[in-house]
Design a protein around this ligand. Structure first.
Ligand code: CAA
Length: 257
């Protein structure tokens, strides 16, 4: 597939997707969404890829859903065609996705970053849910994921005032996993993805699935789910290899990666 709104590359076992609408600060329109979903699905199905990175430009990860595309939307179409519903596909990708965020991650941009498994931010990153300033509210998970990830106080503050928070505040409140200097952002994200790709792929996928379960179920059910999948790992050669390598004081070589 030829892409016009994203740039897709591979770096060894890492699938790299760069959002590429510089003229609109990577505003997320439906064409970009279609391409992003296609690229993610292709990497997910590709046995050579172990993890993915989504990034933007130095100025913007993404400045939100495309306001110009949305401006004339009417309720009937939004509702019947389930406008924005296809963004959920990003969260159904089974291999890990890291968001490497520099510059603006606003509205849908912040929401896309939160759909990824974790966020590595450049010091220049700015996160926010400014939809209220446009006469709407977040529609791609901002009210729900932000509240779960950073708690009610910050989620209310950001969604109700529309203010931005910088990378340091985002790290402090748990939205961001790591903050790095801008020039190191992509390398740091790719290295983290390479690390993930070096581990047993089924174990990586089950770990992602199980952490995500924590946001969807009770503690008791989540713990039971974790334990059952943990048990199932003893059916993998990679478990035998990992533990034999530890006791043999050598580096493991995971077959399923
Ligand atoms: N949609 C469409 N176009 C956008 C855009 C967006 N979300 N954000 C920026 N652009 C466009 C601008 O219109 C401008 O295009 P023109 O040159 O053709 O006018 C270009 O990108 C550059 O933007 P600015 O000139 O505004 O750049 P700036 O540096 O002065 O400001 C900014 C940067 C503060 C991020 C500002 O662009 C801005 O406020 N953008 C909108 C942010 C926003 O409100 N996002 C939420 C969108 S709604 C949403 O996401 C709903 C949801 O939950 C799904």
């Amino acid at each position: 597939m030829a892409y016009e709104n994203i740039i897709v590359e591979t770096r060894g076992p890492v699938g790299l997707i760069k959002l590429n609408r510089p003229q609109a600060l990577n505003a997320l329109n439906s064409a970009l969404l279609g391409e992003l979903n296609a690229a993610l699905a292709a990497f997910d199905a590709d046995g050579r890829i172990g993890a993915m990175v989504i990034t933007g430009s130095e100025k913007a990860f993404a400045a939100g859903a495309d306001i110009k595309e949305m401006q004339s939307l009417e309720f009937v179409d939004a509702y019947t065609k389930d406008f924005l519903g296809d963004w959920e596909k990003v969260t159904r990708i089974r291999k890990p996705i890291i968001a490497a965020v520099a510059g603006y991650a606003l509205g849908g941009g912040c929401e896309l970053a939160m759909m990824c498994d974790f966020i590595i931010a450049a010091k220049t990153a700015k996160f926010g849910q400014p939809e209220i300033t446009l006469g709407v509210m977040p529609g791609m998970g901002g009210t729900q994921r932000l509240a779960r990830f950073v708690g009610k106080a910050k989620a209310m503050d950001l969604c109700l005032t529309g203010r931005m928070m910088d990378a340091e505040e985002a790290e402090r409140c748990g939205l961001v996993a790591r903050v790095v200097p801008g020039q190191d952002l992509l390398e740091e994200a790719i290295q983290a993805a390479e690390k993930i790709a070096s581990f047993s792929q089924p174990v990586v996928m089950m770990t992602k699935e199980t952490v995500n379960r924590a946001y969807e179920t009770t503690l008791a059910e989540g713990l039971r789910f974790e334990r059952r999948l943990f048990h199932s790992m003893f059916a993998l050669e990679d478990q035998k290899e990992g533990m034999a390598a530890f006791t043999g004081k050598r580096t493991p070589y995971f077959k399923n990666r």
